[in-house]
Design a binder for this molecule. Structure first.
Ligand SMILES: NC(=O)c1ccc[n+]([C@@H]2O[C@H](COP(=O)([O-])OP(=O)(O)OC[C@H]3O[C@@H](n4cnc5c(N)ncnc54)[C@H](OP(=O)(O)O)[C@@H]3O)[C@@H](O)[C@H]2O)c1
Length: 259
């Protein structure tokens, strides 16, 4: 049976992906820091599906965390790097350890897990890697700067990896959502006014999960979720980058606390 490892499975998109992959009959390895939330999720899934679920409570930004994880779970058929974080605000006002944690979780950890698990996938000529990137990685987002830069790194890394592994029948997917209705915004310190004002333009985690399965079916390697987001991703490429950066900066600046 397929075994799927999902990082960031305790809430938001990762939690919904866990439900959806269980529905498809995958055994699950669920990773996040909050064991209580993971245990609750396991209980909910087992009420409806007969799959094996292993929970791993781990802070992936701690030294040695990925080594501990890959030692416990040496091989998987599907890897989903969904755990992510960010901090809203002026780059220089955010503590450096916060920036480092973002770079670790959004860049270093996916690179380590992709490198480890792709070896076996390549040898078996089978496997799937899904990296949850973001539309925010398609151009700079001033005031959400390190987050955007980290997702830009993950985007480039994922696209390159997809090319390298294609001939070995390993599907690597960059799934890039725009806004999703999760607690991510609150945790990142994004003003609730943004989510309130733009709620209608945001997707539910269920919608994003549905699009992932379409993408898997169509064997795509890069997918921006949501029709408007897809149009935006194309249009922003045609415009001068300086202009796109300035308009994103103006958008976020309007939500910055006024001193
Ligand atoms: N929400 C959006 O608008 C949006 C848009 C585009 C892309 N994304 C991306 O989608 C992914 C999922 O985000 P979400 O919206 O579902 O946010 P979320 O609800 O905040 O989920 C984040 C997940 O990451 C886990 N996590 C955070 N820090 C961790 C750490 N140090 N070690 C292990 N796990 C950690 C959290 O679990 P614990 O706290 O239990 O550790 C949680 O399960 C992220 O990569 C995000 O960048 C989100």
């Amino acid at each position: 049976m397929n075994t799927t490892l999902i990082t960031g499975a305790s809430s938001g998109l990762g939690l919904h992906l866990a439900h959806r992959f269980a529905e498809k009959g995958h055994n699950l390895i669920l990773v996040a820091r909050s064991l209580d939330k993971l245990s609750m999720l396991k209980k909910q899934i087992l009420q409806n599906h007969s799959v094996n679920i292993e929970l791993i409570a781990l802070d992936l930004t701690q030294d040695g965390a990925t080594e501990e994880l890959t030692k416990k779970i040496p091989y998987v058929a599907t890897l989903i790097n969904c755990a992510g974080r960010g901090n809203f605000g002026l780059t220089e006002q955010i503590p450096i350890n916060e920036h480092i944690a973002t770079i670790k979780l959004n860049c270093e950890i996916p690179v380590k897990l992709c490198t480890h698990y792709s070896k076996e996938m390549k040898a078996k000529k089978s496997g799937t890697i899904i990296n949850i990137v973001s539309l925010g990685g398609y151009h700079p987002l001033p005031f959400f700067n390190v987050y955007s830069a980290s997702k830009s790194f993950l985007l480039t890394f994922t696209e390159g990896l997809a090319y390298e592994l294609k001939e070995y029948n390993v599907q690597v997917i960059n799934l890039s959502p725009g806004g999703i209705l999760t607690d991510f915004h609150l945790k990142s310190g994004l003003p609730p006014a943004i989510a309130e004002k733009y709620e209608k333009l945001m997707q539910t985690p269920e919608q994003v999960a549905d699009e992932l399965f379409n993408c898997l079916r169509c064997k795509k390697s890069s997918w921006v979720t949501g029709r408007l987001n897809r149009i935006y991703a194309i249009v922003q490429k045609l415009l001068p980058r300086r202009w796109v950066t300035a308009s994103a900066g103006k958008f976020y600046k309007d939500f910055m606390p006024k001193n």
